[in-house]
Design a protein around this ligand. Structure first.
Ligand code: BGC
Length: 805
């Protein structure tokens, strides 16, 4: 199969949701799932269209409680297009598959390079009339407000009356995730609809409480004489076109759609903007002619090649979905990274810490997108400050789940589908999300050298986050150490101590150590800013000398807990019981969601040394060995040899990999110790969505962090790229499965750097026309490459360690 093609044959209701998510088309402004145009939400199909940053908040009653949730809104469905012959039933795949007529052939092809989804369908109706249908669609990467669907119908053995219905459906709700169906999902309030000229219709609505106006206009053209009738009901409008079809003569129907919201700039009113845009839009082919080069430009900036076709295809799929969620069109929007893309409704479109996995790829290719995503956080500093103040702290406390205005959006109750019980959800105690934001700010600055960003926005975020953690830390009983109590680490299985009423854990080592690293970076920033910006910022923040002294003090005396010669996930971890992993695997097979299994048994993961995903180990993923050593040494806990290896070996068998992020992080961790196992984890992270490894979650939206994480692995782990300062560092180590890796990068204003590594050679070339030379280091060498020049060096040890080395 080609590296640019995702293809599906046949029709399998059980996989339809996965196909829809993976065949989603989008442009960073909006995205539409790859649902069949004739389908409605019926438990098998789920058409969904999501506009970046378009959230709405609704209250629901569950389990005797009123809960309020903010959702990324399912916008009006622009896809509906269906057909019927004579007065027969409207086309429905399920009906054909069930024997009401016959489904003769069905194929879907997603062309990743061009961003075009093609569908080929051949079917017979109950009277034996055979029709061939070909559909092509795209969501324009050229004009972010446009999408187009072209349908060609060929009657193979009949002539007669054919009706085509093209509609816009504003009656959709948010009902794509079964677990949330008890919650109120009616976000759209119809606002008006009507015909527009001869060929178009429009529909406008408002979100229930955020009152965002959303409007869609659709222009449908038929290349045959057609009688046209417009119908509308509140929240739905369509046109039926009746055609005299002739045997073997194709009929082509072209639907061009424009979508606008009140959040858009440079428009008057969204419905008017949508109508005007479809009036002015060219034909399907003309729009396609502009869409494809727009994708070409993105691919040109996203080069990441490996010499294995199967791996390359999935890497391309992951790049494709990343760039459909956040693209050049995102730069002007005020949006974050929704954990499940714009591809489904899981996690309600919320923004977690997953940009940690997304930014490294973007920073070295699309720094303007990375910067825009960081600004989403900066704009929500006032809300994060308010949250900190409410808890009695200074600085900024970012929410674990963020949406429109940056308040905490984490649900307080969640459903365990295995037990049917609604349970308290304490995951908002993952205060470490703020540390991830500070970490991203610093890494962005290191990689881009963007001093203006740092001075204007980055420093403020870093300082406010550091300030919060310095304030959150309290003296221990002896008074010689600081502690952070009552939080959760990334491992969501542990949210408290068995037998303690208060949720939260003390001295989560990931939080404590990363907090120290962030405090050190905050102190660095103060030293780095020009005196006038520093003083201006300190004055604006009211940051006193005592606070800075406190930051320094906490950064030297934070508590770190160890047991059995390894870092302890949190204080008291050593007192927990060991889980009978083999027994649970035997009994349940898939124990990825061990938390749900245990809860359904009346037990809790809080009793066991069992993690959902890397927690302590995230430190080794984020910090270099030298950085970690320096933090631990600063704290008076010199790490000694092999602490990292021992700690990895300790936690890996105690992890159930209940998050798709787990395989990504382990692929990186194992690369230090066992190249073969690292490769297995890498393959597992590639399979996450394309094979729906978590069984059922991909249909609810892709796992964007894990997808981007695989790209980051190629870049950071295999090519060994690190960007601390003006020198581009490389330390290539290829896994057994790969013979070479090629990357195209932008780095500190240099937009054309080509890196090629094989097991025994590294080559770095600077494209001609690049403004200035670049410094590159690959131990022990350090060279300067001139524009148009290149450097090549043999590698003594360009492979990951083998298992039995
Ligand atoms: C993981 C989190 C992640 C979230 C969104 C959860 O399952 O535990 O670490 O941020 O999914 O991707």
């Amino acid at each position: 199969m080609s590296r640019w093609l995702l293809a599906y044959d046949g029709y399998d209701p059980d996989w339809e949701g996965v196909r829809e998510a993976l065949c989603t088309l989008g442009n960073g402004y909006f995205a539409t799932r790859g649902a069949q145009p004739e389908a409605t939400a019926d438990g098998v199909h789920y058409p969904g269209t999501y506009v970046a940053g378009c959230y709405d908040r609704l209250a629901s009653r569950v389990a005797g409680h009123t809960v309020v949730n903010e959702d990324l809104v399912n916008a009006p469905n622009w896809l509906p297009l269906t057909v019927r012959i004579e007065d027969g039933p409207w086309l429905r795949l399920a009906a054909l598959a069930a024997g009401d007529g016959a489904l003769l052939a069905h194929r879907q092809e997603l062309d990743l390079r061009r961003g075009v989804l093609t569908r080929l369908l051949r079917f017979a109706d109950a009277a034996g009339r055979v029709t061939r249908m070909a559909q092509r669609r795209f969501v324009s990467m050229d004009d972010p407000h446009l999408a187009a669907l072209e349908t060609t119908l060929v009657p193979e053995n009949w002539s007669g009356r054919m009706e085509v219905r093209s509609a816009i459906d504003g009656r959709v709700t948010n009902s794509g995730v079964a677990r949330y169906r008890l919650l109120n999902g009616s976000h759209l309030v119809p606002d008006g609809e009507g015909p527009h000229g001869h060929e178009a219709v429009w529909l406008s609505c408002r979100t229930a409480t955020s009152r965002i106006g959303i409007a869609v206009a659709a222009r449908t053209r038929v290349d045959a004489a057609a009688e046209r009738r417009t119908h509308d009901e509140r929240g739905w409008i369509g046109q039926d076109m009746t055609v005299r079809a002739q045997e073997s003569v194709p009929v082509t129907v072209e639907k061009v759609v424009a979508l606008f919201t009140t959040r858009d700039r440079a428009i008057g009113e969204p419905a008017e903007a949508a109508r005007t845009r479809v009036d002015r839009a060219g034909t399907f082919d003309e729009l396609l002619e502009r869409h494809v080069p727009a994708w070409d430009r993105l691919w040109h900036r996203s080069q990441l090649d490996v010499d294995r076709e199967d791996v390359q295809r999935v890497l391309n799929l992951h790049t494709f979905h990343l760039l459909q969620t956040v693209s050049v069109h995102t730069v002007e929007l005020d949006v974050g990274v929704p954990a499940r893309g714009l591809h489904g409704e899981a996690y309600r479109g919320h923004v977690f810490w997953d940009e940690l996995f997304v930014l490294p790829f973007l920073t070295l290719r699309f720094p303007e997108i990375a910067r825009a995503l960081l600004l989403y956080r900066w704009r929500r500093l006032p809300e994060a400050r308010r949250a900190a103040r409410r808890e009695g702290h200074r600085g900024a406390m970012y929410p674990w789940q963020s949406g429109a205005d940056g308040r905490e959006e984490t649900q307080r109750l969640h459903l365990n589908p295995r037990s049917g019980r609604w349970l308290p959800d304490h995951s908002h105690l993952q205060r470490h999300v703020g540390l991830a934001i500070a970490y991203n700010v610093w890494r962005f600055y290191e990689a881009t050298g963007d001093a203006e960003f740092l001075a204007e926005y980055g420093a403020e975020m870093l300082l406010e986050i550091a300030r919060f953690f310095a304030d959150l830390a309290v003296h221990n009983k002896k008074g010689d150490r600081y502690e952070i109590r009552g939080v959760m680490g990334p491992d969501e299985y542990h949210d408290g101590y068995p037998g303690r009423d208060e949720p939260g854990l003390d001295n989560n080592v990931y939080t404590n150590v990363l907090a120290v690293w962030v405090l050190c970076r905050a102190l660095d920033v103060l030293a780095l800013l020009p005196a006038d910006s520093r003083e201006g910022l300190r004055e604006r923040l009211g940051l006193t000398g005592e606070e800075i002294t406190r930051m320094r003090d906490v950064s030297r005396r934070m508590r770190v807990v160890f047991h059995d010669g390894v870092l302890s996930q949190f204080e008291g971890y050593a007192d927990l019981e060991e889980l009978d992993w083999d027994g649970y695997r035997r009994r349940y097979g898939d124990i990825r969601r061990l938390d749900r299994i245990l809860e359904a048994e009346g037990d809790t993961p809080n009793r066991y040394r069992a993690s959902k995903q890397p927690d302590v180990l995230m430190l080794f993923y984020l910090l270099s060995r030298q950085e970690l050593d320096s933090v631990l040494t600063r704290l008076g806990y010199p790490p000694g040899p092999d602490l990292i290896e021992r700690t990895i070996a300790y936690y890996l068998p105690r992890t159930s990999h209940g998050s798709t992020l787990s395989a990504v992080v382990h692929a990186w961790l194992m690369a230090r110790v066992d190249g073969d196992e690292a490769w297995e984890f890498f393959l597992e992270s590639l399979r996450g969505d394309i094979e729906d490894r978590q069984r059922g979650t991909t249909a609810e939206g892709i796992h964007l962090g894990a997808m981007a994480g695989t790209l980051n692995l190629v870049q950071r782990c295999y090519a060994g790229i690190s960007t601390q300062g003006p020198v581009l560092h490389l330390d290539p180590r290829l896994p057994t499965g790969l013979g070479h890796v090629r990357l195209g990068l932008r780095y500190r204003g240099h937009w054309g750097i080509d890196v090629t590594c094989s097991r025994d050679r590294l080559r770095v070339a600077l494209r001609p026309g690049v403004a200035s030379p670049i410094e590159v280091a690959c131990d022990p060498d350090r060279v300067t490459i001139e524009p148009g020049g290149s450097w090549e060096t043999p590698l003594a040890d360009g492979r990951l360690p083998a298992r039995h080395a």
